[in-house]
Design a protein around this ligand. Structure first.
Ligand SMILES: Cc1cc2nc3c(=O)[nH]c(=O)nc-3n(C[C@H](O)[C@H](O)[C@H](O)COP(=O)(O)OP(=O)(O)OC[C@H]3O[C@@H](n4cnc5c(N)ncnc54)[C@H](O)[C@@H]3O)c2cc1C
Length: 481
């Protein structure tokens, strides 16, 4: 594609933050010349999917919260007439515990409590009381009232007040894992408001899959006059007179712009793409000290097997300490999360065959960078380590899906190095910088330069998309002045 030499607005990256800002800008002002530069060959960043030998895999987001009908995000998308069908994930998650018990987390509280009663009857009352307490906390939070009684409590202690069995605690640990946060570090009020609000509003899956959803957003952007260029990396942000003048691409081409939005990882944007002389030392230190969320390993299996009787999302084994261990640099395959996309949307089957995505958090630099050494070279040792991990993970999955090993037609493993390579996120972090720390503002110290995505608003699709919407709207207002 022949690019123009100058655009009104350039956006680096087509993650949901980049796409969100792009669609707002082009929708509200079709006169604007907006360019998205994406280094990958497809849009979406972590909202993505790929095919191998006919099998469809999703290496990132599995569902969206805050996307229920009437939510702020849906209203914004509806106003732009971006239409899409969403499938509610119910049960939200299913748990296969080591003691052989199985519990599905349904939104219908009676149905969920019934599951608890069947597995651990003595915990039904405590679980019910815990859920009521979460409702009370959410109610106070919505009214802006102080929740004094739990001000200094962590989520683990709140759960322990009502529930004795750690397996049930692990059900609610799910909401901590969404941010790769330890259950003992998550604030009680944050965990409780999340439990109460998610159980009311639900998590949805975009029909057709994640890759299709991002592609549809990208097509929507271009249908409104926006331009996307794929396979080109922004190599440098060009600054003149303390303002962004444009972007240098990795093929040597310079694109000039009046405004720049970066959806790239904030550390890479501020510490690599822009020359440090344009930023003060305090800001640079703040960015460089940002702690990243955790990354992990992800297994992709294509299997010639009927998996239609399994839940779309399930967890094998309990492990409430998984994040604490990772913070100490320890990696063990104790608990596995399994996703089967075609259970959510049968159109994603491979001629009746199923793909499985299995994952677990891990330290970024475990075992001498996964035996690749500091340069991240994909050595023979790296490949052997991956192969061993694949076998170990398959063994674990077979505790719930017996006979799986014999039916595998595709097997691949991604390590944190893979996530870094494909999305260019520092340390391959799954949710950008650690969401509960002070994050950078979308407005940077450079007047015509903004940040969007998980780097500024915290991990998750809703945060990334809404940050894109906010920055887009803000820029439209600035342009009116
Ligand atoms: C395994 C996993 C599971 C997850 N599950 C969920 C979930 O179920 N629900 C949920 O809400 N969230 C989930 N998330 C988190 C969520 O997907 C992300 O927080 C969110 O999508 C991040 O969006 P973003 O806008 O920050 O952009 P990113 O997704 O980080 O994308 C950034 C884009 O910028 C591009 N880019 C970077 N640098 C350059 C450059 N120099 N030049 C050109 N292009 C560049 C990248 O290629 C990429 O396309 C999950 C993430 C992972 C990894």
């Amino acid at each position: 594609m022949e690019l123009e030499s100058k655009y009104d607005i350039v956006i680096i990256g087509s993650g949901l933050g980049g796409l969100g800002s792009g669609i707002i800008l082009t929708n509200q002002n079709p006169e604007l010349k907006v360019l998205i530069i994406e280094q990958h060959t497809i849009p979406g960043g972590y909202v993505t999917g790929f095919y191998r030998k006919g099998y469809y895999f999703e290496p990132g987001a599995e569902g969206f919260s805050s996307m229920y009908e009437g939510s702020a995000l849906r209203k914004t998308l509806d106003e732009m007439e971006f239409k899409h069908e969403y499938i509610k994930l119910d049960p939200l998650e299913t748990y296969y515990f080591d003691d052989g018990k199985k519990i599905a987390l349904y939104y219908d509280i009676d149905k969920f409590l019934n599951e608890i009663e069947k597995a651990y009857p003595e915990e039904k009352k405590g679980t019910e009381d815990f859920l009521n307490e979460c409702d009370m906390i959410l109610g106070k939070y919505m009214k802006g009232e102080d929740i004094e009684e739990y001000k200094d409590w962590n989520f683990y202690d709140l759960l322990k007040k009502f529930i004795k069995n750690d397996n049930i605690l692990d059900i609610f640990n799910l909401f901590c894992l969404w941010f790769s946060e330890s259950i003992r570090k998550m604030k009680a009020t944050t965990g409780a408001t999340m439990v109460a609000s998610i159980l009311k509003t639900g998590v949805v899956y975009p029909k057709g899959g994640m890759a299709n959803y991002s592609k549809k957003l990208a097509d929507f952007f271009t249908s409104k006059g926006g331009t996307i260029i794929y396979g080109k990396k922004a190599k440098k942000i060009l600054v003149k007179d303390q303002k962004v003048a444009g972007v240098l691409l990795d093929d040597g081409k310079e694109i000039l712009c009046d405004w720049l939005i970066s959806n790239a990882d904030v550390k890479k944007s501020m510490l690599e793409l822009i020359d440090e002389k344009h930023l003060d030392s305090e800001y640079l230190k703040f960015i460089s000290d940002l702690k990243q969320s955790h990354s992990g390993v992800m297994l992709f299996l294509g299997v010639d097997m009927d998996l239609s009787n399994y839940p779309s999302h399930f967890l094998i084994s309990e492990d409430i300490d998984c994040i604490d261990r990772i913070e100490e640099g320890i990696f063990e395959i104790k608990k596995l999360a399994i996703r089967i996309p075609a259970i959510k949307d049968p159109s994603l089957k491979n001629d009746g065959k199923y793909s499985i995505v299995a994952f677990i958090f891990s330290p970024y630099d475990w075992n001498n960078m996964w035996k690749s050494g500091p340069g991240g070279k994909r050595t023979l040792e790296y490949r052997k380590l991956k192969d061993d991990l694949i076998d170990e993970m398959i063994k674990k999955i077979e505790t719930v899906i017996p006979g799986l090993k014999e039916k595998i037609e595709v097997r691949m493993l991604a390590t944190p190095l893979t996530f870094d390579r494909y999305v260019l996120v520092s340390e391959g972090a799954w949710f950008g910088p650690y969401s509960f720390s002070k994050l950078p503002e979308s407005k940077t110290p450079i007047e015509n330069f903004f940040l969007v995505g998980a780097s500024v608003e915290g991990g998750g699709v809703p945060s990334a998309l809404s940050s894109g919407f906010k920055v887009g709207k803000n820029l439209l207002n600035l342009l009116k002045k």
